[in-house]
Design a protein around this ligand. Sequence first.
Ligand code: FAD
Length: 486
Amino acid sequence: MGKVTGFKEFDRELPSKRSPEERIKDYKEFNLMFTEDKLNNQAARCMNCGIPFCHSGCPLGNIIPEFNDAVYKENWEEAYRILSSTNNFPEFTGRICPAPCESACVLGINKPAVTIEEIEKHIIEIAYAKGLVKPKVPLIRTGKTVAVIGSGPAGLAAAAQLNKAGHLVTVFERDDRAGGLLRYGIPDFKLEKWVVERRIDIMEEEGVVFKYNTEVGKDIQANQLLADFDAVVLAGGSTIPRNLPVPGRELKGVYYAMQFLKQQNKRVSNIEVQEEEITTAEKDVIVIGGGDTGSDCVGTSNRQGAKSIVQFELMPKPPVSRTESMPWPTYPMVLKTSSSHEEGCERSWGVNTKEFIGDAEGNLTGIRIVDVSWETDIFGRAIKFSEVEGSERILPAQRVFLAMGFLHPQKEGLLEQLGVELDERGNVRAQEGLYQTSVDKVFAAGDMRRGQSLVVWAISEGREAARRVDQFLSGYTALESKDAEN
Ligand code: FAD
């Protein structure tokens, strides 16, 4: 432990951000870096608890007190070694993870938690700057081949780990670049794309082969893949969005969030947009859905110059903040405000959409909504809603983005051809911890298996699935696991 009294001496601080007025002028990341003394003080706040709950709070099992200690001592090599032993891509999680580790931080009982996510980002960026992050080509090749379908964080983590174990890994990606939602979902202002490309370059140097513009199930038949490879990892994500089939859904101006976000990611990277252009300049924008995807639509709409932005959530408004009488460990379940909301947006809770309204040409002009009130169960969970009489109204809207989550992976093509068993929700059935599907030598990881989730879970699943594949191919595995008994 670096400084025994650090948690008493120093308050939690975050690096400064560019102001909302300035940052909406571009798509660059807006979180700035700590100065070295500030980083040092923040790491010193870690109490090195007897039982570090942050370890289990992190889906990757990151060894947090140890890397905080190394940061405090400015031992960057050691900090990077510890962090990279559990996380292949700290540069992603250090930027966009909701940091469940911080919700589990014991200091959070009576003071703000240690700023673990920022420390993680600093360790990896300092490691890159100091030349510590180098491609590691495996010394021995096993001669076994693995196909990974999908290059999102789950597929990338599985590929990196399996390559490290000496297998020959090919990643198939239907898009023209790697990264999955890191590349073509999450906006640049949260994660600039050079960060993803920098990691892909390293993986290529390590020997991972990427095949782009290749949809398995369409461009290559699943049977061919089974014949060509010794094992297959399905990491195709949860890509089918939830629809809102109310009258007027077909109007021009109502889009799925991903149709909008993917285009803007392309524009920022100077990649040609071939589909119908969807933009929000001078438009009244309604975002339906209060999660990360919705917030990303808000931030993107602001940057494109929207006239007004309203974000709806069907669920009731959650408690405002932990300071309002909500002690740890309940406070992680409170209202989240994303950086996009600071940039300008009206938020409404308990609102249901009844109809999209259009003009004679089929263009969206407005949206009919109604307030709803929720009945709760004995645990305070919202279970049933009813309309509030007299609250129905029409708001002007020329753009609506549906950001109400994703249902399950695409079934046509790859999954149907494999005949893989699905669970009740339509995700690929494979038990957590084992990752083996109903089809021999086919494994699954990430959102395709667990349903829509988080980047940190995708990386965790990719790593753990890789261990199972390695065991299957080699009869044993030396790859690390977050579970000691695994
Ligand atoms: P994905 O990232 O979805 O990658 C799947 C890849 O597989 C895609 O590239 C797809 O093209 C490819 N693919 C699918 N089928 C085939 C096929 N048959 N052949 C070839 N390729 C195929 N999480 C966070 O932790 N923090 C955030 O801030 C955050 N923001 C988000 C914002 C948005 C807009 C969205 C949509 C999600 C966000 N998430 C966030 C969730 C996070 O991005 C996902 O949980 C994570 O990316 C899932 O990783 P994955 O590898 O399982 O799948």
